[in-house]
Ligand binder design. Structure first.
Ligand code: S3P
Length: 449
């Protein structure tokens, strides 16, 4: 997907109590990684529960372009016949990663230590996003990158013919950068070390261990986490059961919290400590969420969420150190904050400015259009809550090719006094293709406008 499609406006109207079970799709981060690690293993990896969102489909196409055999057998059921670490072949055309920062950054890491050249592009949103954060550490392995000004796509990466291992301290809390360095380290001889001051999502580390890489994680008081990977392992193919995506689960969960009378269940939501910041924050605000049947699924701890309308939620201060564990959830948290009582201050969120859109700006402008008072600075977003049912709505919000901005405002429309429209809901297919059907199945009133 390169963002050339027609805009697809959508409207969400005030609805009655939400009821039922919300089966959200597979985790996007784990789905990308299942395809990429599968492509680097020798033999056949089987995947179930794969997210068939456009971002992941673009990564599947890219893995084929590098020589892996990727086949869909049924809904969510895929196989990847991998070519082994260092076994990629040079793609014969440009790799289009569509809307996906995770896709392009992880794939750049994967090819950067193999002697080949690949050119990457993406849609209008991805072409605005900084790639230097990935190509800087990849250059330490010996790769070279030639992109547009500011390190933007389209970009050509020349992989290192004789890669050297790297020791790299992450300058930003980013699982994409961490993962790109680890993926590059797979085909470098010796030990590659990544140091992260604040822990970010750890799916790459968990899955690399599952695929048979030698990797250790050590906590060091001053430096943070030290991740050490031995290069040139033979990765063994795996059966990967992708758990449901906690970032997608956030949308029906938050909808039920703000729509009066709601009582829904969201099964199989990851409780991974590197992903659960939203749920901690909602509990602090007074959300009524029960975590039932805790268990292991696909190597992750999960629970079934029972979520009830929570009319007594209060605004809080969300501390900056929580940002990496809820980085994708601030748009929907900003919506919940608008329906809570009092002020919610989200600090340490400047990374939101380089997501699929500038999410601080997109949420601030959209909430203002809906009648909510918002303040922002470079690194902070403050929302003044208007209480349950208190948001006026009656606005059209710009989504800037950003799926999470589109879904956040459609959820807001379910509880606002008057309907809320978004100018373009098309990007929702990148992560949550069944969003409209799932929300309407619970009792929502979301339709094309
Ligand atoms: C992701 C990491 C995060 C997140 C993105 C998925 C990943 O990005 O926002 O949606 O799968 O590694 P950053 O690494 O830029 O924080």
């Amino acid at each position: 997907m390169s963002g050339h499609g027609d805009a697809h406006p959508m409207t969400s109207g005030k609805c009655g109590a939400l009821r039922g079970t919300a089966l959200v799709p597979g985790d996007k981060s784990i789905s990308h990684r299942a395809l990429i690690f599968g492509a680097m293993a020798v033999g056949e990896t089987r995947i179930t529960g794969l997210l068939e969102g456009q971002d992941v489909l673009d990564t599947a196409r890219a893995m084929r372009a590098f020589g892996a055999t990727v086949i869909q057998h049924g809904p969510g059921a895929w196989s990847v016949h991998g070519v082994g670490v260092g076994g990629f072949s040079e793609p014969s055309d440009v790799i289009d990663c569509g809307n996906s920062g995770t896709g392009v950054r992880l794939i750049m890491g994967t090819m950067a230590t193999t002697a080949m050249t690949a050119t990457f592009t993406g849609d209008a949103s991805l072409r605005k996003r900084p790639m230097g954060r990935v190509t800087d550490p990849l250059s330490l392995f010996g790769a070279q990158a030639y992109g547009r000004r500011g390190g933007r796509l389209p970009m050509t990466v020349v992989g290192a013919a004789k890669p050297v291992p790297v020791r790299y301290a992450l300058p930003v809390a980013s699982a994409q950068v961490k993962s790109a360095v680890l993926l590059a380290g797979l085909n470098a001889p010796g030990e590659t070390v990544v140091i992260e001051r604040e822990p970010t999502r750890d799916h790459s580390e968990r899955m690399l261990l599952g695929f048979g890489a030698q990797l250790s994680v050590e906590r060091n008081g001053n430096e943070g986490q030290i991740i050490t990977l031995q290069g040139r392992p033979e990765l063994r193919p795996q059966s990967v059961a992708v758990p449901r995506d906690p970032s997608s689960a956030a949308f029906p969960t938050c909808a039920a919290l703000i729509v009066e009378g709601s009582d829904i269940t969201v099964p199989g939501v990851s409780q991974n400590l590197t992903r659960n910041g939203l749920y901690i924050t909602l509990a602090e605000m007074g959300a009524e969420i029960e975590f039932l049947n805790p268990r292991e699924e696909g190597g992750e701890s999960v629970a079934d969420l029972r979520v009830r309308f929570s009319g007594a939620m209060q605004g809080i201060e969300v501390p900056p150190e929580r940002a990496p564990s809820m980085i994708d959830e601030y748009p929907i948290l900003a919506v919940v904050a608008a329906f809570a009582t009092g002020r919610t201050v989200m600090r340490g969120v400047k990374e939101l400015r380089v997501k699929e859109s500038d999410r601080i700006d997109a949420m601030a402008r959209g909430l203002e259009a809906c009648g909510v008072t918002v303040e922002e600075d470079a690194d902070t977003l403050t929302v003044h809550g208007m209480g349950p049912g208190g948001v006026p709505g009656w606005a059209t919000c710009a989504t800037h090719l950003d799926h999470r901005i589109a879904m956040a405002f459609l959820v807001a429309g379910m509880a606002a006094k008057a309907a809320i429209s978004v100018d373009d809901a098309a990007p929702i297919v990148t992560s949550f293709p069944m969003f409209e059907a799932l929300m309407n199945g619970l009792g929502g009133d979301i339709r094309r406008s």
